[in-house]
Design a protein around this ligand. Structure first.
Ligand SMILES: Nc1ncnc2c1ncn2[C@@H]1O[C@H](COP(=O)(O)OP(=O)(O)OP(=O)(O)O)[C@@H](O)[C@H]1O
Length: 212
């Protein structure tokens, strides 16, 4: 269970997000919506422990009965996927994925085999040696999701992951994400502007603009 308790984020003493509270169950996808600039991405950056220095925040973040907002990013075990699928250009796909594996997966061969399995599972066999620059937008998106998931996150944040893809690809990638998430049964927070991205029956939290 992911639990946000009374989160307020402010910049120069002016609140951006105020008193945000919600719970997300394992396997549930909660959608966060709201007008541009209300602080959706900033809120996600607070959740992963990467709030820009210009902001201050109060509130608590709990995940699987442990308080996480007091921990550094790497100990929160929260994965994030952005609208721009960012991969290291100087590494091939396999190396990009291997970097995300937990340190507990030891040995080059074992790490390589984890990567190959993840690629095969996502029907991306033979992509390991590909240069990220040669990937299509959809392939890049799928590889980026795999990278986020290989780190074995206990929760996943999706910041407009579909918005750069054109219609057919968008639908395909959405299905891919929902499948992967359903298998993992972790709580997911999705930020989007497109009501079509809301999973059927999924809960929506709308961030109100607090005005200037
Ligand atoms: N590092 C920063 N320094 C100062 N202001 C920032 C910083 N990052 C974001 N902001 C401002 O904080 C506000 C909220 O930005 P944020 O990106 O969280 O909004 P959003 O709801 O995700 O918007 P969008 O839907 O357009 O992506 C905006 O006014 C933005 O300009």
């Amino acid at each position: 269970m992911l639990c946000v308790k009374d989160c307020t984020i402010a910049r120069a003493s002016r609140p951006l997000v105020e008193g945000m509270s919600f719970k997300v169950a394992p396997g549930e996808i909660l959608t966060l919506m709201g007008p541009s600039g209300v602080g959706k991405s900033t809120f996600l950056s607070w959740m992963i422990g990467a709030l820009p220095a210009e902001f201050s925040a109060t509130g608590e973040l709990w995940l699987n009965q442990q308080r996480r907002d007091t921990l550094p990013t790497e100990r929160r075990h929260i994965g994030i996927l952005f609208q721009d699928a960012l991969l290291f250009a100087h590494l091939n796909v396999g190396q990009n994925l291997a970097m995300a594996l937990p340190a507990a997966v030891k040995g080059r061969a074992s790490r390589q085999s984890h990567v190959e399995q993840a690629l095969a599972h996502a029907r991306l066999d033979n992509f390991s040696r590909r240069d990220p620059a040669t990937l299509s937008g959809g392939e890049r998106a799928r590889i980026s999701l795999l990278r986020a998931l290989l780190a074995k996150p206990e929760a996943l944040l999706l910041d407009e992951p579909f918005s750069r893809l054109d219609r057919p690809l968008r639908e395909q990638f959405r299905q891919f994400v929902w499948q992967q998430v359903a298998q993992l049964r972790i709580p997911v927070v999705l930020v989007t502007h497109d009501p079509q991205d809301i999973p059927t029956g999924g809960r929506v939290v709308t961030l109100p603009g607090l005005g200037d």
